[in-house]
Design a protein around this ligand. Structure first.
Ligand code: ZN
Length: 487
């Protein structure tokens, strides 16, 4: 069999997080009662006039800046004509000839190798409604709540060569859009959707093969699976003497196959023409600079801050940076207790352990970042032991509450009582004469055993560090004598 090269380009649709839709005042959220957020404008009733949402334009520009693209100061909306039941006005307002964002480049990393994927452009458009197929048997229902939600479509160049490239690209775009605060990128809810253009060609060939387009893939994992299936299908077809036809396919995740939907349309089929109801968009230098100034800290800058200023290891810093919610939490905790090493260590171990156990959801926590900071401080200052800190955290995760109060109620606060410390340690030494002798004879490893006895007896009365100091003093002060211990 000849060796084939797979060529992949992606179109990513991202819903913008504006409060209202792109051309009317209807709310633009997810969920809610069917057809509860529609009006004559987003339903495309004859005689209505759309009005462009300024925030949608700003968010599209912000997305372009976050993805390292050129911003086009002049852009125009076009009417894309087609009939589909989820599009009641029979056209979609989109941008074809003068999109709002121009070329750019995204760095990705696959198996430790860096690569750059070029972006052709990003255009702004309105989303269509949603068809619901299986709820009532034999019927398809239409929900137009999604009609008119602002979307950006990010069109890449065909620079990806494998499922891994494509998955890394989607993840990187999703991360950057989340940091920019313009899209929540919840693929399972459809706020980020992916169309894959894919073709194969024989190694050494100068011309790309005929491509197919796989529509609306709803998870990163399925992007990878759909690509792997489709490249196998196309190669098998070519090897058996057939040819690939240009068409739109859909990925059936349950069966792990792609199926033909319709032959592929070209731009000509849509009879694009300039949208007469929307004015051209001009963005001034001042507006552009204002949007740039509002761009939040992006992943690269955050990674540099974590490694250079917070002194985290690169591996730890990356765990935070790649999960924006976790990283935001880390920053929020630092704002109340600026001890990066101990805060990071607590979040990466105890916090994530409870998340992984399903006992904690970062999006709905019963405690505040400040309270988490207070807990790490209590433990760091040895007001409570490390073990008790975990127990206090378990209670906070379950019911919320102030860590100091929880520690007090449960008797975890360490109050130093020197008399008791001296007495208890003396008693334990006198009960373990042979171990004490071993220690004094140079077998320092028995210290751990004696230390264990002392910590147990003095729970809540002294910090481990204090116990260790007193214990070592006692052990050393009589070293070289006849082995008797003070009591
Ligand atoms: Zn509306």
């Amino acid at each position: 069999m000849d060796k084939y090269i797979t060529v992949i380009g992606l179109e990513i649709h991202a819903e913008l997080l504006t409060k209202t839709k792109i051309f009317c005042g209807c709310a633009a959220g997810f969920g809610g009662g069917r057809n509860s957020r529609c009006c004559p404008i987003c339903l495309g009733m004859p005689g209505t006039l759309p009005l462009l949402n300024k925030t949608a334009v700003e968010y599209a520009v912000r997305a372009g800046l976050a993805l390292g693209c050129e911003i086009n100061k002049f852009s125009v909306f076009d009417r894309k004509n087609y009939f589909y039941p989820d599009l009641p006005k029979s056209y979609q307002i989109s941008q074809l000839y003068y999109p709002i964002v121009g070329r750019g480049e995204i760095p990705i990393e696959v198996n430790g190798v860096g690569k750059r994927i070029r972006i052709n452009h990003i255009h702004l458009e309105e989303d269509a409604g949603k068809l619901i197929h299986d709820e009532v048997s034999g019927m398809t229902l239409a929900d137009y709540n999604r009609c008119g939600i602002p979307l950006i479509e990010i069109v890449s160049e065909p620079d990806m060569r494998s499922a891994e490239d494509a998955m890394a690209y989607v993840e990187q775009i999703s991360l950057l859009l989340k940091y920019a605060g313009v899209c929540d990128c919840k693929m399972e809810q459809g706020s980020l959707r992916c169309d894959v253009n894919i073709s194969v060609m024989k190694q050494g060939s100068k011309r790309f093969g005929t491509r197919t387009e796989i529509k609306n893939i709803n998870s990163v994992k399925n992007v990878g699976r759909a690509i792997r299936y489709e490249e196998r299908r196309q190669i098998r077809l070519l090897e058996s003497g057939g040819r690939v036809i240009q068409e739109t396919r859909r990925y059936d995740a349950a069966a792990d196959v792609t199926r033909s939907m319709r032959s592929k349309e070209d731009a000509d089929d849509y009879r694009y023409f300039p949208e007469p109801d929307i004015m051209h968009v001009y963005i001034s230098d001042e507006q552009l600079e204002a949007i740039r100034a509002e761009l939040p800290e992006m992943p690269d800058a955050r990674l540099a801050r974590y490694t250079n200023i917070c002194k985290l290891s690169k591996a730890d810093a990356l765990i935070f940076v790649k999960d924006k919610a976790l990283s935001d939490l880390f920053d929020d905790v630092l704002a109340s207790y600026n001890s990066p090493a101990s805060v990071a260590s607590f979040i990466l171990t105890e916090f994530l352990r409870r998340v992984n156990l399903g006992e904690l959801d970062i999006n709905s926590m019963a405690f505040t970042a400040e309270q988490l900071g207070a807990l790490v401080r209590l433990s760091n200052n040895e007001k409570i032991s490390k073990n008790d800190a975990k127990e206090v955290f378990r209670i906070m995760a379950e019911k919320g509450g102030d860590p100091e109060q929880i520690a007090e109620q449960n008797g975890y606060i360490i109050t130093v009582d020197m008399q008791r410390v001296e007495a208890e340690i003396g008693r334990i030494l006198s009960e373990n004469v042979s171990q004490v002798q071993q220690y004094r004879n140079g077998e320092k490893k028995v210290l751990g055993f004696i230390m264990g006895q002392c910590t147990k007896a003095l729970r809540g009365a002294a910090t481990p560090a204090l116990i260790k100091t007193v214990l070592e003093n006692k052990l050393n002060e009589n070293a070289g004598s006849d082995g008797q211990t003070q009591s």
